[in-house]
Design a protein around this ligand. Structure first.
Ligand code: FAD
Ligand code: SF4
Length: 342
């Protein structure tokens, strides 16, 4: 498969990049590591006239913290996040999620956290070569009027399979975006449309510049299931965060003040499950039955978003594994913290 023709642009700083985006808008695509973008271009899913590289934008690669937040530049490489003690100590679920992304080659040489959040939604009927897709009529995401994943669907149900985004939503992260003359910050949970064709609320002349994770007392964990242990996308995943009520009280004797349960690789975005999360408020950290009930609520609620659009597994199996991913993430978040206290 060959790349289509395009003009390659390499601005030396953010201002120049924003000027280019302001001119070329929908004709341009941003290239970070390219591990999602270039694959889609090779498959003929995308034919931008201009590809604007972030290669020289060193100003977008950093991990820093102040008293309130961890800040990660959008161009930060996945391997740098895995190596960061700040992330390991304060945002453990993100550390775990990044370890799972693709393979060492993707983590070390190319893939960025910004590209991970903004990778396009996926579907087995769509992420195929042009030759494969030409065998039948185009689906909604490919410019047609049919969906092969859900009968009679009037829109696209392609799935967000970003490991990073699921963990970041559990950690209640925010995104900073910039366009020429304007900046804005948005909760990651509010960044998604409900349409798999264009999954994100980002303008064509905007760039993601920074990911902000609030530093909160609490434990987090990320679990995922995939058919292979590497070079494979998740078929279902869960990110959780649990905040204790009392300070300086061991978790096994503590009460949950706030919970965030997020299920990934099932819906058009990572799914923050408010009923399951609220159910855990006021429950004890060692209440395994409460964890089981919350996992069941999560499974019931998240399953309604699932469609059969990931290969090598059935929809029923994926949905049934939501319970396992959420329950294991909750249980292991607490166990890990107790082990660290010893
Ligand atoms: C074999 C294989 C396995 C993979 N496995 C996984 C996996 O297990 N889990 C997973 O989550 N992902 C996986 N991926 C997807 C991808 O490799 C990662 O998500 C990676 O982190 C993407 O980062 P990138 O910098 O290469 O993105 P790019 O390909 O450069 O960009 C992705 C998209 O984001 C846009 N973009 C990038 N940066 C910005 C920015 N700062 N502002 C605005 N738009 C931006 C680009 O225009 C493009 O549309 C896999 C990919 C491959 C090829
Ligand atoms: S969910 Fe339907 S419309 Fe969307 S990519 Fe898959 S087949 Fe196409």
């Amino acid at each position: 498969m060959r790349l289509p023709r395009f003009e390659y642009l390499k601005p030396e700083n953010l201002n120049k990049l924003l000027q280019m985006l302001a001119i070329y808008k929908n004709d341009a695509k941003i290239l970070a590591g390219g591990t999602d973008l270039l694959v889609r271009m090779k498959k003929g899913l995308l034919k931008p006239k201009f590809v604007i590289s972030l290669k020289d934008l060193k100003e977008l690669s950093y991990i820093k913290q102040n008293n309130e937040n961890i800040k990660i530049g959008a161009k930060t490489c996945i391997a740098d996040i895995i190596d960061s003690n700040i992330i390991k100590n304060k945002a453990y679920a993100l550390f775990q999620a990044c370890q799972k992304i693709g393979a060492a080659t993707i983590q070390h040489y190319k893939g960025t956290i910004g590209g991970n959040i903004l990778q396009d939604n996926r579907c087995i009927h769509y992420n195929q070569s042009a030759f494969h897709r030409s065998g039948r009529g185009a689906c909604h995401k490919d410019g047609g009027k049919i969906c092969y994943a859900r009968d009679d669907a009037d829109r696209c149900f392609s799935t967000c399979q970003s490991d990073g985004a699921t963990a970041l939503m559990a950690l209640d992260a925010k995104l900073s975006l910039a366009k020429k003359g304007k900046k804005r910050t948005i909760n990651l949970a509010d960044f998604y449309t409900s349409d798999g064709i264009i999954p994100f609320i980002i303008e064509p002349d905007e760039i993601l510049t920074e990911i902000i994770i609030p530093i909160k007392d609490g434990v987090s964990f990320y679990k995922r299931l995939s058919c292979r242990s590497s070079i494979d996308y998740p078929i279902v995943s869960a990110g959780v965060f649990l905040k204790p009520l009392q300070k300086n009280v061991p978790l096994e004797k503590n009460t949950i003040d706030n919970a965030r349960i997020v299920v990934g690789a099932i819906g058009r975005s990572p799914l923050f499950l408010s009923s399951a999360s609220l159910f855990l408020k006021g429950k004890k950290f060692n209440d395994i039955n409460a964890f089981k009930k919350a996992s069941n609520i999560a499974m019931d609620n998240a399953s309604t978003f699932a469609v059969h659009n990931i290969g090598s597994t059935t929809l029923e199996y994926r949905c049934s594994m939501i319970f396992q991913m959420v329950f294991q993430a909750l249980e292991q978040a607490v166990n890990l913290n107790q082990e660290n206290q010893k």
